[in-house]
Design a protein around this ligand. Structure first.
Ligand SMILES: Cc1cc2nc3c(=O)[nH]c(=O)nc-3n(C[C@H](O)[C@H](O)[C@H](O)COP(=O)(O)OP(=O)(O)OC[C@H]3O[C@@H](n4cnc5c(N)ncnc54)[C@H](O)[C@@H]3O)c2cc1C
Length: 408
């Protein structure tokens, strides 16, 4: 068990980043770059400058006007509702494409609430043959020999951010060309992301693989070259595995062996610890609620955040630094490293208030306590049936109406 101790996060940024490096010597990857200051203030700047017109035109291009807000949503610095209210207030119905993209996050999250740890295993039968190979070292080291894939891996490991199209290409390459087990690849990928989110990540990998969609996602050189502005292809000297028509690729990638049978995925859950007999009441601040505007943080009770190995043990240094930025904007939040159950008990806590989450690991950590799970701010009020949750289009058919009315 990790020894617990309290952190004193410096107010000054460069000191803060160095402090986190010292406190987490085992954390992998490069430090947080200047472009990614964590916290609500930065999130608000970003949402105020989103240009939904440009977004609608060029979001699929690598250099398109995307918001780069995902790490801020993931850590609760800003809610999807705030973002949707902001852009609809500024642009009205023209904001539809952007709001629809926000809705993908809400959609995956609803599926996570519905399926719990089921999102880590095949949700449906695959529609094409999938492989179960281990992740090759050349992927981990970013030396695939393909400038496009190496570039994506560089973005991932150095910056912790990859454009959505890059994520789709990479996942398709790993799952369909290399026939790697999607679950191993998804776990590895998430470990480097600043916005690493179990639902958006694992369910997107399942979507690419055809385990939560009606067909596999794949791409060809022509498409990659167009949406990257020829960034990688212009000087590429290798024999390109993507240089073919969709028909040829379909034949090449999917015509062989039958689909591999579904396998279960192992999720590391905390050991069960005995019920707390203490009486103190505290707010447990988890890593999805790091906003100074969070209603729970206004309550006058001790507020406790814990960097716990169960949740954060595999996070890269840059993400821990991003979270430290977020925490530095919150008032009176005690920050600890160690085992959540032990720390809360040592603080005499028996009852906990916190924000609800579909994350079963957080739920298990708080099991020994009398925990009140307060609902998170909803993106949309519309309820969606289990059946509709099977596909985004069916979900959006219902939810989109709440924002933009019935389609004529
Ligand atoms: C294989 C794969 C893995 C992914 N892993 C993650 C992950 O761990 N965490 C994560 O937040 N997103 C993940 N995504 C979704 C998406 O790629 C990112 O949310 C998006 O690229 C973030 O960049 P942005 O903020 O500039 O997005 P923008 O295009 O500006 O979109 C605005 C917001 O809408 C939401 N959004 C847009 N597209 C999606 C989408 N397809 N799925 C879910 N939400 C979306 C995000 O919250 C995003 O911040 C993954 C996608 C794929 C294909």
């Amino acid at each position: 068990m990790t020894k617990s101790f309290k952190l004193v996060i410096p107010a000054e940024r460069s000191e803060r980043l160095q402090y986190m490096r010292r406190m987490f010597p085992q954390a992998i990857g490069a430090p947080l770059s200047e472009d990614w200051r964590g916290g609500r203030q930065e999130a608000q700047k970003r949402i105020n400058t989103v240009d939904v017109d440009a977004y609608g035109r060029n979001r699929n291009f690598l250099n398109g006007s995307v918001s780069r807000l995902s790490p801020y949503f993931r850590h609760g610095c800003i809610t999807l509702k705030e973002a949707s209210d902001n852009v609809r207030g500024r642009y009205g119905v023209q904001a539809e494409t952007f709001v629809q993209e926000l809705a993908w996050r809400d959609y995956w999250r609803r599926v996570w609430y519905q399926l719990g740890n089921g999102i880590f295993s095949d949700i449906e039968d695959p529609k094409v043959a999938l492989g179960d190979k281990l992740m090759p070292d050349f992927i981990r080291q970013g030396i695939t020999g393909l400038p496009c894939m190496d570039g994506i891996i560089r973005d991932l490991t150095l910056e912790g951010y990859v454009h959505n199209h890059g994520r789709m290409w990479f996942a398709a390459y790993v799952v369909h060309w290399l026939k790697v087990d999607w679950r191993e690849a998804a776990d590895w990928f998430e470990n480097y992301l600043l916005d690493g989110d179990k639902a958006s990540n694992h369910l997107s990998w399942q979507w690419v693989a055809s385990l939560f969609s009606s067909k596999p996602y794949y791409f060809n050189k022509e498409s990659l070259s167009r949406f990257t502005g020829d960034k990688y292809c212009a000087n590429c000297k290798v024999t390109c595995p993507f240089d073919a028509s969709y028909e040829q690729l379909k034949e090449q990638l999917f015509s062989s062996a039958a689909a591999a049978p579904a396998k279960a995925h192992r999720v590391i859950m905390p050991e069960r610890i005995s019920l707390s007999t203490h009486r103190a009441v505290a707010i447990f601040v988890h890593d999805e609620m790091l906003s100074s505007a969070h209603p729970l943080l206004r309550r006058s009770m001790p507020k406790i955040f814990v960097f716990d190995d169960i949740l954060h043990g595999k996070w890269p240094l840059k993400r821990l630094q991003f979270v430290a930025d977020c925490l530095s904007e919150l008032q009176d939040v005690e920050t600890w490293i160690g085992d959540t159950g032990t720390i809360l008990k040592e603080r005499g806590v028996g009852q906990v208030f916190t924000q609800d989450t579909p994350n079963q690991q957080v739920k298990a950590l708080l099991e020994p306590f009398n925990t009140q799970w307060l609902p998170e701010t909803k993106f949309a009020e519309t309820e969606v049936s289990e059946k509709r949750l099977k596909r985004f289009s069916r979900y959006w058919e219902k939810v989109g109406v709440e924002f933009f009315g019935e389609k004529q």
